[in-house]
Write a protein that binds this ligand. Structure first.
Ligand SMILES: Nc1ncnc2c1ncn2[C@@H]1O[C@H](COP(=O)(O)OP(=O)(O)OP(=O)(O)O)[C@@H](O)[C@H]1O
Ligand SMILES: [Mg+2]
Length: 375
């Protein structure tokens, strides 16, 4: 056994009261292109039957990370473990075909000259009838068993996508790597296929690392989100935690529009036209930004030139003039020009709320919904 294998004694992690060894663990992975770290010290784990989403903007290093795990790209630093066993570091590597990792990409290309059943059975070994039985089982799982003897061109795009999923799952991979697999599908198809894919992967207890740049997709699919930027993971956690406890303004802005109020800290308080915000531990004189999402701005009507009373929870109201109001289907978006400095703040309101342009209204910022970050 190569010496590197001795690194396999990994601490297992606690999950729902059980000790579980991660199905996939990558540690301190780095990859340089032309002297630039495109993937920079990335570490993450995925448990069996769990979906981790690698979420980040274009060019941040998501696909490169996936390619290193698949073994088609080699990292310059770091280690990859499957079920606690080292499969790759900078000296020792298990070749891609022996990693028991399934791949599903956006351009999944089925073999046009092979039947649907033969496409699914393509990576399988063993007697013909066994391979066909496994292909049938998987096609049944994605509700396409009746097409086993048809050819890919006879299927719709969404059906072909499900065949590709069945093909990737047929050899029972321990890990499934998915790189924007749903982005080629139209919106209505996508939701259904996403949910179906997820339930098949969970049934098979596969660990999934899903790459996407769409926050809604990550929120919908992930047990855990790893937010990536410029080659690094900037935040990692359950979707709810990443959304409600963002590490910086960019992390807020990745999931929704944001409103920003500039302020300076004095005595651990940031003074704004909406009143004071707590800034514990921030030194005096620090420039900060108070950041909050449009759905958290509170709107009140003007009553004889006055707004609602100031409260500890919502602070002081500030007046704004409606610039624009648009109905977006599930919600309405209203933009206000603020009296205090002429800046624009955005509010979203459920359902229909379309105040007239030019109307004066009073806005407040609930303190438990905003974040204070250094500027
Ligand atoms: N073989 C290569 N040689 C040089 N640079 C590369 C190579 N592969 C990727 N890069 C660069 O590495 C960076 C990360 O690329 P990567 O494909 O991992 O991004 P991504 O997060 O998947 O983006 P997208 O969402 O657009 O697919 C990019 O700046 C890209 O140009
Ligand atoms: Mg990519």
């Amino acid at each position: 056994m190569p010496e590197q294998m001795t690194k396999s004694a990994l601490p297992s992690v606690q999950a729902e009261g059980h000790e579980v060894t991660p199905r996939l663990e990558i540690r301190n992975i780095r990859r340089f292109f032309e002297g630039r770290a495109v993937v920079d010290d990335v570490s993450l784990t995925v448990l069996p039957g769990q979906v981790t989403c690698l979420l980040g903007p274009s060019g941040c290093g998501k696909s490169t990370t996936l390619r290193m795990i698949a073994g088609v790209e080699m990292q310059d630093e770091g280690e990859i473990y499957v079920d606690g066993k080292l499969i790759c570091d900078t000296l020792f590597r298990v070749p891609p075909e022996r990693r028991e990792i399934g791949l599903m990409f956006q351009d999944f290309a089925l073999f046009p000259h092979l039947s649907v059943g033969d496409n699914v059975a393509f990576g399988l070994k063993g007697p013909k009838d066994q391979k066909r039985a496994r292909a049938h089982e998987l096609l049944d799982r994605v509700s396409l068993a009746q097409y086993i003897d048809d050819y890919p061109h006879q299927l719709s795009g969404g059906e072909q996508q499900r065949v590709a999923l069945a093909r990737a799952l047929a050899p029972r991979p321990k890990i499934m790597l998915m790189d924007e697999p749903f982005s080629g599908l139209d919106n209505r198809l996508r939701d259904g296929i996403r949910d179906e894919t997820l339930s098949v992967l969970k049934e098979e207890d596969t660990a999934v690392l899903l790459v996407t740049h769409e926050p809604e997709e990550a929120m919908r699919m992930a047990d855990e989100i790893a937010l990536m930027r410029d080659g690094r993971i900037v935040q990692q956690g359950a979707p709810y935690n990443v959304y409600t406890r963002p590490v910086d303004k960019a992390a807020v802005a990745f999931f929704s529009d944001v409103n920003t109020l500039p302020a300076q800290v004095n005595g651990a308080l940031a003074e704004t036209p909406f009143g004071q915000f707590l800034a514990p531990g921030v030194p005096d004189g620090t420039d900060v930004e108070i950041v909050f999402r449009p759905q958290h701005l509170r709107i009140d009507f003007d009553r004889n030139g006055r707004g609602p009373e100031a409260t500890a929870r919502d602070g002081v109201p500030a007046r704004g003039i409606v610039q624009r109001a648009r109905f977006l289907g599930n919600e309405s978006l209203v933009e206000f020009r603020m009296d205090f400095d002429g800046s624009i703040l955005k509010a979203t309101v459920p359902n229909v709320f379309l105040p007239a342009e030019g109307r004066a209204m009073w806005l407040t910022v609930p303190r438990d919904r905003c974040f204070v970050f250094p500027r």
